[in-house]
Design a protein around this ligand. Sequence first.
Ligand code: B12
Ligand code: SF4
Length: 540
Amino acid sequence: MRVFLIHVRDPQFYALPATTRAANGNIRVMGFPPIGIMSLSAVLRRAGHECVMFDQANPETSNEVIIDEIRRQRPQLIGVSFLSTTSYPYAKLLARQIRAADRTVKHAFGGVFATLNAQLVKLQCPEVDFVCRGDGEQLILNLIDRMSEPTGIAGLTWMKDGKAVHNPNRVLERDLDQWPFPDREGLALDFVESMPLDVPAVLSMERFTTMQTSRGCPWPCTFCDIPIFNEGKWRSRSASHVVAEFKHLEQQGYGAVYFVDDHFLLKPKRIEAICGGINAAGVKIEWGCEGRVDSVAQHLFPAMAKAHCRTIMFGVESGSQRVLDRLKKEQTLAEVEMAVTNAKDAGIEIVHGFFVVGNPNETVDDFAARLRLDTFAFNRLCVYRGTPLWQEYVKRGLVDDASDWYKYFKCSEIDPTCLPGAVINAERTAGFRRLFRYKVTHYPRQTLRLLRRFLRFMRLRDVIYLLVKPFLGAQRGPTKSELLSRAVQHGALKDAAAELTKTPELLEWVATESHSERRRLLEDDRSAEDGAILDSIEPA
Ligand code: B12
Ligand code: SF4
């Protein structure tokens, strides 16, 4: 079967480098590759299907170009993938155009937002035949086999006789090694990971790609929807499978890899085996990952550095223990300082901190400046449906689940317990100023080394932009995608939507599942250090 897979992107996250063509003729894009559709394409090709991918990060794949290709190549299935609430409006507009161009082609949505809001999305987008929930690899194969009668396909939401049918969830697949490596060669794009991304991850001008070595995170942070998407579970590929992909990538000419895992630093033995495998294979690719500051794998930071890990990103979130507790982050400020220090002492070149500002009950302080972080990002806390925070706001009457489900909000815009937006922006700018001053005076050598790395891999103009960007002042008013999100109103659907908004029971179930998953993981990978945190995961 001929299948089209389209990644709908949020335009603010991508840019083109000065020379937009690579030596092989590919367009070069600064950004992350669409690993979701690349994973599906690899599975489809292995099963003998023909698959054509489009990534809208590529400026040459506008909706019009895709529609022309649909008319020309007549695929039987079109899979549209988008990550989040912010790209839903764009996916919706594309879906309408596709349906207008071809009345018969089957059309499916997938990704995190579609999964968490499947029935509502199906209701609001009649032009989409199927909403696919959760992992897509086996699901898309099943769908192709039984497209005209999808009754028994787990994980599918579809329409039968005018009624939305919500097939049961799929049983979460733990064997991730069964899937082929993502199809990175099926798109004529070369990605580079550098400015002007908000998060300069591995920071290199080498050919860049992402890899997913594990899925999910069993923690309860109130603002995050990873736990609900993964039903509170953490699943991983084996170390040997990951190392084999590293070898494959090196052969393909990649020089930098970033793991999109939600929590890479979870299982020490697996990390040790991955690092040992990379070294044994002589792979020189530089890589980066994300993890929690309370990781029990910190003794492995030196081994990671030796295996060319250049970047570790931590979810620091806040310098106030009160705020961390309020966000149910289950981490202490001492753990933050310890993790950052351990990573720097181990020789990790870029240690990055994600912060959220505009939290409920927040005050401002200088914690960020005291940390030995190299780079940092301060994002305004936003609330998305599917998170415990959204549910709290529903209870407090700050959002209406039935009419707001496809929107997202900056917390400070709707929650009176947050500092006002203007104060947050002023504080953020002042905070950056203090941070730069502190870095230059307390860690001059570390700052200089980082600057040298910037200048080695980025154009001077981009480096200057990176440095002055925080002081340019916050953008006023809602962003384009916020406006679009709010413009796709369907008042008539509100009552039907109210029937379908049943997140609370689901959230309680996910919390229980997360808890037992953490126990399972500890028992699975028990080591001296693991024992120390067994007590800390008892429910409060
Ligand atoms: C990498 C990443 C990014 C990259 C994306 C780059 C890219 N080209 O993909 C960047 C940095 C750009 C980014 C930006 C943002 N992100 Co982001 N991001 C992620 C992250 C960490 C990993 C995504 C990923 O690559 N997963 C790996 C692939 C293999 O999985 P996948 O895409 O889900 O695909 C699988 C299934 O979903 C399914 N599937 C997907 N599509 C389809 C289609 C069909 C037809 C089928 C059958 C199946 C299917 O099959 C795939 C294989 O199993 C996720 C967290 C997460 N774990 O998902 C957050 C996440 C998706 N991001 C999130 C957010 C909020 C954002 C931003 C809005 C942040 C901001 N403040 O601006 C922006 C918006 C970006 C946008 N809309 O395009 C939230 C979404 C929450 C929500 N409900 O909206 C997440 C869940 C993080 C979180 N903690 O909450 N992000
Ligand atoms: S630790 Fe990170 S990925 Fe895990 S639930 Fe919290 S914010 Fe989400």
